[in-house]
Structure formats: structure tokens, C-alpha cells
Design a protein around this ligand. Structure first.
Ligand SMILES: [Zn+2]
Length: 346
């Protein structure tokens, strides 16, 4: 499979899963302009230029600021319903069958006083309507913001517990990794586990291996968002492998925020060869100008994985979902069957 078109076709034909994808980071410029127009505001060239500027980032702090400014354009639950419908359509076009999507109602609660249940009612309703029209199945992880502190994360856990009927299955935490040590959040994560919520946390993206150690030992997180800086600590790599803790890798995101210098420097291949359960995801596809299909493509081109290795990472992504065992294996089966039909795998 040397031809770029063949690789793309293979990546498209295989049904896919994604487990690290932020709803608010999936808003395309066109959708954002529709939101502005829908609330009766002018969307002339000046507004357009201001909003278009949110899609390029100098570094991680600049990205966080763009993310915040984009969220400030989201004003009501219906806006997020429109955003999730658009995301669902794009995932369907890429042959993504299942995704666990981060959503941060805490941001809108703080800015606008919107209750999480109202937001998630609108979001899950729109996602289910799309699923009835052939869209992917979407379930949600409420994402905390590290800078909001422990009380903020406690609110996220409470919100997630009351939003289960809206397809919320767990919690995560993003934001500025250097704002507060990971271990400080032991309390809310203990409470999340006690409530039967699934857990993941962004760590080892901007902070070093220590944050990943704290995520697995203190927070007992089931998965790690990014976690790529684990590669700096061989003992940690060994621990991730033996404990089977998956890393939610997002290569383009890491390049665009400066975590790694270039795609060729990304440690996903090294970690995969070391036996760590690495997965592939798009993170904030609109803000980083990528898609899951692009990420599969990049694995086979700039990141140096063979199609068989790429399939293994894709299958690992499906196996790392929080789906019940039988559904997870059913998804893996359709992936492997489609890959065989495309000439990859035994
Ligand atoms: Zn993320």
C-alpha cells in the first residue's frame, strides 16, 4: 500500500472509534458564524476575521485562550445541539461508528448560569436524532477545567452523576496542566469512582511524567489524555504497559500546541512498540484543522507506522472505549473484517 489514495481509502473503509474529542473544539468556523447570525448579530468581514483568528495558535497558552474565546460564542443549549449535529455528520462521513465526546458544561454554567442537565439534554437529544439518521453513537464525558480548582471538579462530578440519562458516562479534566498538580484532585476522582463514573484525565501533555504517575497512582484514572511525556520515564512506560492503562494520543494536537516539534518527533510509535496501549484521536479537530481520518493517514505517513500497526492502534482505540465488553468486541470485529476486505491484516 504505497499509494496515498490507497492508504486514505483503507483508513476510510475501516469503521472507527474515537475516545478523545472535545465538543467545543469541534466547532468549524462556518458553524460559529451561523451561531452569530442566528442571534441576530452582524457577521461581516470584521467579525469573520476575528473568529477566523481563533483557529491558529502560537503555543499552548494561546490555544487555551482561543478555546475560551470560542466558548464565549456559545450562548445557549441549542447552540451546542447544532454543534453536536455538525460533529456527528462529520464523524459519519469519516466512518466513525462510536465516539466518547468531552463536553464542558461547567464553562457555560460559570459564564451563563446554564445548568449542565439543560445543556446535556439538548446535546444528547441532537446526537440521538443524528444516530437515528445513520450517525455514530455518541456518549459523553464531562470535562473539568484544572484552573477551576477542586471545587470546580467536584461540581463536574456532581453534574455527571445527574446527567446519566443524557448519555453521560464519566468525567475528565483538561485545561492548564501546570495550574495545579494532578494529585490535588484525588477527592473528586474518588467521588467519581464511588458514583460509578468512568474516569480519564489530561496529563503528561505539558507537565512531565510526574503528572502521569499521579494520574494512575493517586487519581486511579482509567485512561490518560495524551500522556505522551511518559516516554521520558522508562519505569513509567513499563507501569503503563503492565497495568494496561491506555494513552489517548492526539498527534496533530501535540504538534500544533508545541508539545512535540514535528509529527516525526511524536512518541506514539515508540510507545506502541514498547507495548503501551496507545490510541489515536483528533482532540479538537476544528481548532487543529484535523480529523480522525487525517490522524490515521498521518500514522501511516509522517509517524512511520505500517497499515497493520495503524490498524492495531485503531483497534486499541475501540478496545479502550468505556463500552460494555460485548459491544466493544463487536466493534472490533467489524473493524477487523473491513480491514481484511481492504487487504490489511490476516
Ligand atoms: Zn484534550
Amino acid at each position: 500500500m504505497n499509494d496515498a489514495r490507497d492508504r486514505r481509502e483503507f483508513a476510510r473503509r475501516v469503521p472507527k472509534a474515537e475516545i478523545h474529542l472535545h465538543l467545543e473544539g469541534s466547532v468549524e468556523l462556518g458553524t460559529l458564524l451561523r451561531l452569530v447570525r442566528a442571534r441576530g448579530e452582524p457577521a461581516g468581514s470584521e467579525v469573520r476575521a476575528r473568529l477566523a483568528a481563533l483557529y491558529s495558535h502560537r503555543d499552548f497558552p494561546d490555544f487555551l485562550q482561543n478555546f475560551r474565546r470560542l466558548c464565549a460564542e456559545i450562548r445557549q443549549p441549542e447552540d451546542l445541539a447544532l454543534i453536536v449535529s455538525d460533529l456527528s455528520r462529520r464523524l459519519q462521513e469519516q466512518n466513525v461508528r462510536y465516539a466518547e465526546v468531552f463536553c464542558s458544561p461547567i464553562i457555560f454554567r460559570r459564564a451563563l448560569g446554564l445548568p449542565a442537565a439543560e445543556i446535556m439534554d439538548a446535546v444528547s437529544g441532537a446526537a440521538r436524532r443524528r444516530q437515528r439518521d445513520g450517525g455514530p453513537r455518541l456518549r459523553f464525558l464531562l470535562d473539568g477545567v484544572r484552573q477551576f480548582g477542586i471545587a470546580g471538579m467536584e461540581d463536574v462530578v456532581t453534574d455527571a452523576s445527574v446527567c446519566r440519562k443524557y448519555d453521560v458516562i464519566g468525567v475528565g479534566m483538561g485545561g492548564d496542566e501546570r495550574a495545579m498538580p494532578t494529585a490535588e484532585f484525588a477527592g473528586p476522582y474518588r467521588e467519581a469512582r464511588r458514583a460509578g463514573l468512568r474516569t480519564t484525565v489530561h496529563a503528561g501533555e505539558f507537565d512531565g511524567p510526574r503528572s502521569v504517575w499521579e494520574a494512575i497512582e493517586v487519581l486511579e484514572a482509567e485512561r490518560i489524555g495524551h500522556g505522551v511525556r511518559a516516554v521520558e520515564d522508562s519505569e513509567l512506560v513499563h507501569a503503563l504497559k503492565t497495568r494496561g492503562v491506555p494513552l489517548e494520543c492526539c498527534p496533530t494536537s501535540n504538534v500544533k500546541t508545541g508539545t512535540v516539534r514535528d509529527w516525526e518527533d511524536h512518541p506514539i510509535k515508540v510507545l506502541h512498540h514498547a507495548g503501551v496501549a496507545v490510541t489515536v484521536n483528533s482532540d479538537d479537530p476544528a481548532l487543529f484543522g484535523t480529523s480522525l481520518l487525517d490522524e490515521w493517514d498521518l500514522l501511516m505517513t509522517r509517524l512511520g507506522l505500517t497499515p497493520v500497526e495503524t490498524l492495531a492502534v485503531g483497534v486499541q482505540t475501540a478496545r479502550s472505549t468505556f463500552l460494555p465488553d460485548a459491544e466493544r468486541e463487536a466493534l472490533v470485529d467489524v473493524m477487523l473484517r473491513a480491514a481484511r476486505e481492504a487487504g490489511v491484516g490476516a
